[in-house]
Design a binder for this molecule. Structure first.
Ligand SMILES: *Cc1c(COP(=O)(O)O)cnc(C)c1O
Length: 369
């Protein structure tokens, strides 16, 4: 028992609690045989928009395609520059590059790991069109400063909220603050499908209409294609699963926050930097920083504890960008420092205090040795 594996994320534990509901949602959808579009998708889009407090939700096939849809609908195209961070998952930059635009990468705040608004001025050019703040690990970037900068310079803000379902900034939900907010329902995200899925939420009627059409081959009616679109639809089986899981999201978030608080207590007095909360953090990941990170990871692994690194190689050092893709970046002292020091500890709503104690005991032992 005492050396049972502790995974970074335990999707089996999540499924156990809701299995019958998920099974019947899937089985009803199979009976209806409405696999593409249809009322399951429309219903989830409405439910998720309501959850985020926006007037529209548009389903997408993944978080990556959600970002691409939002950028295209916002008018981002060849020659434009979009400011984002280097300390993120690659999808944020992929979406910009697939519009023919140039990602301009800036450094992050050393405490929150999110976009440092102080760095925006130095990379602004006449080609800057939009900003994509990433609400990394489940905490919103400083949307007050970023929104102020964007409105001064006439830039659009598209939120990458792929890790931040239910996070808040000054009373507003993640995704509902900028022009549009993009979510991923990758299975391990705070709200995860049984496969790939995503959504964009917005209060902008025109953008919502454009995104719905773009995601479905640019059509208005079955065989009339007004604009060149994509097949970026959310499928009905995923929507059915997501509607069930959305009802549990707030409870899961409370449990994530409770587990984070317990980690904070168990880890105090150790030479590690703990997460800093600026507003409502939903702990997609619980990330600490320390010296000799790789040795700590090795010790944990030897005890069957699976921690992670999000992310070990910043975007400005990725081979696919170094070899030709057009990416500009500012100085990255914080991003480069944290990439060598961060550890994501196992965290999921069902994690037990015994599991958390085993994780933190290994860290105590590491620093005692
Ligand atoms: C997961 C993730 C994405 C991409 O979502 P997919 O559904 O995997 O395409 C984009 N940005 C961030 C920050 C993510 O964590």
């Amino acid at each position: 028992m005492s050396d049972m594996p502790i995974p970074l994320v335990d999707l089996k534990a999540q499924l156990r609690g809701i299995r019958t509901e998920i099974d019947s949602a899937i089985s009803e959808t199979l009976d209806q045989t409405a696999f593409i579009m249809g009322d399951r998708v429309r219903r989830f889009e409405r439910e998720f928009a309501k959850y985020c407090g926006t007037s529209h939700g548009v389903g997408a096939s993944s978080g990556t395609t959600a970002l691409h849809l939002a950028l295209v609908a916002a008018g981002v195209g060849p020659g434009d520059e979009v400011i984002t961070v280097s300390h993120t998952f690659i999808a944020t930059a992929e979406a910009i590059l697939h519009c023919g635009a140039i990602p301009v990468l800036v450094d992050v705040d050393p405490e929150t790991y999110t976009m440092d608004p102080q760095r925006l001025e130095e990379v602004l050019t006449s080609a800057t069109k939009a900003i994509i703040p990433v609400h990394l690990y489940g905490q919103c970037a400083d949307m007050t400063a970023i929104s102020a900068f964007a409105s001064t310079h006439g830039l659009k803000v598209i939120e990458d909220a792929a890790q931040a379902h239910g996070a808040m900034w000054e009373g507003k939900m993640a995704g509902a603050i900028g022009e549009a907010g993009c979510f991923s329902f990758f299975p391990g995200k705070n709200l995860g499908a049984a496969g790939d899925g995503g959504a964009v939420v917005t209060n902008n009627d025109q953008m919502a209409e454009r995104m719905s059409s773009l995601a479905n081959h640019g059509r208005q009616t079955k065989y009339l294609h007004d604009v060149l679109g994509f097949n970026y639809r959310l499928d009905a089986l995923q929507a059915a699963v997501l509607s069930v899981k959305l009802r549990y999201l707030d409870d899961w978030t409370d449990r994530r926050r409770g587990a984070a608080k317990r980690y904070n207590e168990l880890l105090r007095d150790l030479p590690v930097e703990l997460p800093v909360e600026r507003d409502r953090h939903v702990y997609h990941l619980y990330v600490i920083q320390c010296d000799r990170r790789d040795e700590l990871l090795a010790l944990m692994k030897s005890r069957n504890i699976f921690a992670g690194i999000h992310y070990p190689i910043p975007l400005h050092k990725q081979p696919c960008f170094l070899s030709g893709e057009a990416v500009r970046s500012g100085p990255m002292p914080v991003t480069e420092r944290v990439a060598d020091r961060i550890v994501s500890l196992p965290l999921f709503p069902e994690i037990t205090s015994e599991q958390q104690e085993r994780v933190t005991e290994s860290i105590h032992d590491f620093f005692r040795a």
